[in-house]
Design a protein around this ligand. Structure first.
Ligand SMILES: Cc1ncc(COP(=O)(O)O)c(C=O)c1O
Length: 368
């Protein structure tokens, strides 16, 4: 047996892989309600399925880099196809920016809490993760982020609306980060749920260090199909190409994305369905004493049950055992251990989840 440690990158032990165990459980038991990973509960339209099937007929051929779909995406932002890089979901964009900017020991600045993949991919290239806690209102603490910048800061991530907290970073605060001139990825994974909010894409015209990332996994409902994209200055997209694994986006996912872009009404319908679910969950859970749901612009709701004297973990375990609903809890934050997140499901699933949480509190009252 070879002594692999002699050859592996020295930071390998720092890397904790992204945990997909809950997906293994969910796929093996289809009766479970998957409300733990910010999926869209609505299946792809017939048109999308048809586009994929047609593309599959040419599946013996390598794909190009999607000039048509890039042109369609670019048009939405009044940009050119040279400003668009398409990818295997936006996770690839997250990985790409780490590979482009971060060498061992460099720092990646992140809010906390946020999407865990940022930190994981930073560590895969030997980067050092610097986190800045959100404020007590779960808003970005930009002054603290600015103070955390050092000469080794190579990349800043701004997720807006942030996962799991659901709020946008205010424009003036974002601009303080942008003006630093440090490469900054603005992750707009959930923006399509609220089209009244404008994308930060226009920033790329003025700033060549800004990357705006999008995904079709959320409002478009194509997480399993895998399609995402980055918008950036043409020169930066050129660097993306140098790092790119060829044929990163399959013929099938390009076809699906093109079809999805034709279905504007379908996207609006999915967003409205989700947003009604967010309203419902927030309204119902706010009725429980000591439970605080945070209104979200994404397809998830963060809830703090600390003041009800319970941990997020206790609630998550209860709803799984009693109702077969999978939701997620978060590490204690600002001394509060009651955080958990519900990813919106169908209206029926949302109602099942809310009832199970209410029952959890009723049971506790009876026990006392
Ligand atoms: C903020 C954010 N960005 C990116 C992603 C990754 O999405 P995908 O790789 O499916 O496009 C997620 C997934 O949950 C997310 O929450």
């Amino acid at each position: 047996m070879s002594d692999l440690k002699r050859y592996l990158v020295p930071w390998i032990d720092q890397i904790k892989p992204y945990d997909t165990e809950d997906l293994v459980v969910a796929w093996s038991k289809p009766e479970l309600k998957r409300m733990m990973i910010n999926e869209n509960p609505i299946v792809p339209s017939e048109k999308i399925v048809h586009a994929i099937t047609e593309a599959a007929k040419m599946g013996n051929r390598y794909p190009d880099n999607g000039p048509r779909v890039r042109a369609k995406i670019a048009k939405q932002y009044d940009l050119g196809p040279e400003n668009v890089y398409i990818s295997h979901g936006s996770s690839e964009i997250i990985d790409m920016v780490m590979r482009l900017f971060v060498t061992p020991g460099d720092e990646v600045l992140l809010p906390n809490p946020t999407f865990s993949l940022y930190g994981i991919r930073a560590k895969t290239v030997g980067g050092s993760v610097v986190t800045v806690d959100l404020g007590s209102d779960l808003q970005y603490d930009v002054p603290a982020m600015l103070r955390a910048v050092t000469p080794r800061t190579k990349l800043i991530i701004v997720c807006t609306p942030n996962n799991p907290t659901g709020d946008f970073i205010p424009d003036d605060e974002l601009m303080k980060i942008v003006e630093l001139g440090i490469p900054t990825m603005i992750d707009e994974a959930y923006l399509e749920y609220h089209q009244e909010h404008e994308s930060k894409a226009p920033l790329i015209r003025k700033y060549n260090h800004i990357i705006v990332a999008h995904t079709f996994s959320k409002a478009f409902g194509m997480a399993g199909i895998r399609f995402g994209y980055a918008l950036a200055d043409e020169s930066l997209i050129g660097y993306f190409r140098k790092m790119q694994i060829p044929w990163n986006t399959s013929l099938l996912s390009i076809a699906a994305a093109e079809a999805a872009l034709e279905e504007e009404e379908e996207l609006k319908r999915k967003a409205a369905y989700n947003n009604a679910g967010v309203e419902y969950v927030c309204k119902e859970l706010a009725k429980i004493p000591g439970v605080k749901p945070y209104f979200s612009h994404g397809n998830y709701v963060m809830i703090d049950a600390t003041d009800a004297g319970v941990t997020g973990k206790e609630i998550v375990e209860y709803v799984f055992e009693k109702a077969g609903v999978m939701i997620k809890y978060f590490a204690p934050f600002r001394g509060r251990s009651g955080f958990f997140r519900i990813s919106l499901g169908t209206h029926e699933e949302n109602s099942l989840c809310v009832s199970a949480i209410k029952r959890f509190f009723e049971d506790r009252r009876k026990e006392k």
